[in-house]
Design a protein around this ligand. Structure first.
Ligand SMILES: [Zn+2]
Length: 321
């Protein structure tokens, strides 16, 4: 017999079929990079060696160029310490649109040492749940995480209230602020375009690859602990790279929240939940915004939207046949 929780996971696994919709949505925003920059319409471009689509626009700017909030909103999450995909901030506005800022600076100014820490990534005092205003300083452009070996840039995403990434390009070129459309017209050079396409960029979808259990250690355990900390399940001092009893308890709490058998080991189902949840960003969202019931409703809504797209595609194919 298939358990309810299994059905949920089958449903969940169907949610991530890449569908790039709503290209025409325009949000009223302030340009998120406050300094000279270049960008072009690169939503949907190949990333991760063609394994996935680019879900944002890359705004290329010098390291330490100020990054400001595009909207009035609330801090949804702040990635801390630096995750595999770098320093990232999520802001959510009153209508439920989410604005994501990736690869904030991780270097000591005028170096590429990767040792800048959060003081050189984020504006002081930013924390989840906090209100921000349009134009407020959030942090600085950089190359953290999987942008380390490419040009420094802000990878900027907008997600609609159904948690679907929309093309931010129209919003960017119609935005307010001193550094927007004149630069957009310049575009970027072919070699920078190539550099960007080579890197993983944005959020990778395969951070967790092995079975993690008590007694394990290493970078994958550390990444697990970073995610557990973002979710409020462990404290910063527990991020040790060693899978001890505290990590196990946090994994059990995570599994209960995700309706996975709470065994305290990261096996294939938990790994899938982590990888897919991180890739979509939904997993990391600030809990007080959505109850578990609401989060499931969001996922189901997304599933139904995907089913509709598939039905439309099938109908189109039948039309051809
Ligand atoms: Zn990008």
């Amino acid at each position: 017999m298939i358990k309810h929780s299994h059905l949920f996971y089958i449903a969940l696994s169907l949610l991530y079929i890449p569908v790039l919709a709503n290209a025409q949505v325009v949000r009223s925003i302030e340009f998120p990079v406050n300094g000279p920059n270049n960008f072009f319409s690169d939503f949907g471009a190949p990333r991760g060696g063609g394994t996935r689509k680019h879900l944002g626009n890359d705004i290329i700017a010098a390291k330490m160029t100020p990054v400001v909030s595009a909207v009035n909103g609330t801090v949804n999450y702040v990635i801390s310490p630096e995750a595999a995909w770098g320093y990232e901030i999520s802001i959510i506005d009153a209508e439920g649109y989410q604005y994501l800022y990736f690869h904030l600076n991780n270097d000591t100014p005028s170096t590429d040492d990767g040792k800048g820490g959060e003081a050189n990534a984020y504006a002081p005092g930013l924390d989840r749940g906090q209100s921000v205003t349009k134009g407020q300083l959030l942090g600085w452009v950089g190359d953290s995480g999987n942008a380390e070996n490419t040009v420094s840039h802000l990878h900027f995403e907008i997600h609609d209230p159904a948690r679907q990434a929309i093309d931010p390009y129209s919003s960017l070129i119609t935005s307010t602020g001193d550094y927007r459309s004149s630069n957009a017209k310049l575009g970027i050079t072919p070699d920078i375009r190539l550099q960007l396409e080579k890197v993983v960029d944005g959020r990778p979808n395969d951070i967790f690859k092995t079975i993690l259990e008590q007694g394990a250690g290493g970078e994958e355990v550390r990444q697990l602990q970073i995610v557990l900390k973002v979710l409020g399940l462990i404290e910063k001092e527990n991020i040790t790279g060693y899978f001890g009893p505290i990590t196990r308890e946090a994994v059990i709490a995570f599994q209960k929240r995700q309706m996975i058998d709470p065994v305290g080991t990261v096996g294939p189902v938990t790994r899938e939940a982590l990888n897919r949840g991180i890739a979509s960003g939904v997993l990391l969202e600030y809990k007080p915004f959505y109850s578990e019931r609401e989060q499931r409703a969001i996922l189901i809504q997304k599933l139904l939207a995907q089913i509709k797209v598939l039905q439309d595609r099938l109908r189109a194919i039948q039309g051809i046949l």
